[in-house]
Ligand binder design. Structure first.
Ligand code: PRT
Ligand code: ZN
Length: 312
């Protein structure tokens, strides 16, 4: 080991270490790990470990059940958590007393763009529904009693709640409930159980939450450094680099079609002065519809590349 490596290692041991909690095993795990890796973090990790030591920055990982993350933040067991808004907000509904204690409520810092879903009320397909008042007197099964109760109170609806930790969508068929309140992403589970979405209570995604780090300057500085990298990674994940050939007179139209395009590089093409090569960075995703529109105005050789890193 060189003296420099030794110095780096002893500096890492002495500095405060930021603890990030992510879901151990589930829908958010792979994307959360991938995101942290793209921010340049590397962890010494074996499959069953609950705690992973950060190899190249004083940042460690806690692998836990997603439902535990808001509580771990509130209790200071971890400093940062990557968790669905649905889980964080459900806990905030169930523990409203925390809101009064300064510092105890985890703060949402960034939406991360994955784990997207919505919390919805669904009723059997044939059930009549026009407004929340139609839920009066009904029994609703849910894993989200806090958020559902809050919705019902807001609409002055009196309904009975049945708590189920899973398989909520089969409750109406079993006769346990008249309807459900559960997470929906594609809608396939509702369709398979002949349920119809009637109200959306919440749009959710995985988000970065932090606990109050006032008075812990070095840890907050570490988090700020990580957030800078995160912003760059999030920005770049949507960005695309586009190259195409086009008629000279269509340059303006091309700029109008491409989403959030930067000022393009225009290059001459050998053997013609009617057409040029156009290279440009788009800050938003380029979809098939955009390519079809480009083709329709005479663009050819259209190539779209993902952007791996960008330092603006
Ligand atoms: O063990 P642990 O407690 O950590 O995991 P978990 O089983 O509680 O959570 P997991 O891994 O299923 O989900 C983790 C997070 O992913 C959730 O808290 C949401 O933030 C997010 N997410 C995104 C979803 C869905 N989409 C989703 N579709 N979580 C659950 N579902 C379920 C939903 O409950 C329903 O049963 O998928 C079904 C509906 O899906 P569609 O596509 O048929 O509509
Ligand atoms: Zn869970």
């Amino acid at each position: 080991m060189t003296a420099t490596t030794q110095n780096q290692q002893s500096a890492m041991l002495e500095s405060p270490r930021l603890k990030i909690a992510i879901q151990k095993s589930g829908r958010l795990t792979e994307k959360s790990l991938d995101l942290l890796e793209r921010c340049g973090l590397s962890f010494a990790r074996s499959k069953d470990e609950l705690f992973c030591y950060g190899r190249n920055m004083p940042v460690d990982l806690l692998l836990v059940r997603d439902d535990d993350i808001p509580g771990f933040l509130a209790e200071g067991i971890c400093d940062v958590g990557l968790v669905g808004d649905n889980v964080a907000l459900e806990r905030a509904c169930q523990q409203p007393q925390e809101a009064g204690q300064s510092g105890a409520t985890p703060q949402r810092i960034r939406g991360l763009g994955y784990g997207k879903c919505r919390l919805s009320i669904a009723l059997p397909a044939q059930a009549a529904y026009a407004q929340p008042a139609d839920l009066n007197g009904k029994t609703l099964a849910t894993s989200y009693p806090g958020l559902l109760r809050e919705f019902l109170q807001r609409h002055r609806v009196s309904a009975r709640l049945v708590y189920l930790s899973g398989s909520v969508e089969i409750a109406p068929r079993l006769g346990t409930a008249d309807g459900i309140c559960d997470l929906v992403s594609s809608g396939a589970t509702l369709a398979a159980n002949r349920l119809r979405e009637v109200e959306t209570l919440l749009e959710s995604e995985a988000a970065l939450y932090q606990r109050d780090l006032s008075g812990e300057g070095p840890k907050q500085a570490l988090l700020d450094r990580l957030l800078q990298r995160l912003d760059s990674v999030l920005k770049v994940s949507e960005s695309k680099y586009v190259m195409l050939h086009a008629p000279v007179e269509k340059l303006q139209a091309i700029g109008d079609i491409l989403p959030a395009a930067e000022s393009p590089t225009i290059l001459p093409l050998a053997g013609t002065d009617q057409r040029v090569a156009v290279h440009t960075l788009c800050r938003e995703n380029v979809l098939w519809e955009h390519l079809e529109q480009l083709k329709a105005i005479g663009a050819t050789a259209i190539l779209v590349f993902p952007v791996e890193k960008m330092l603006a």
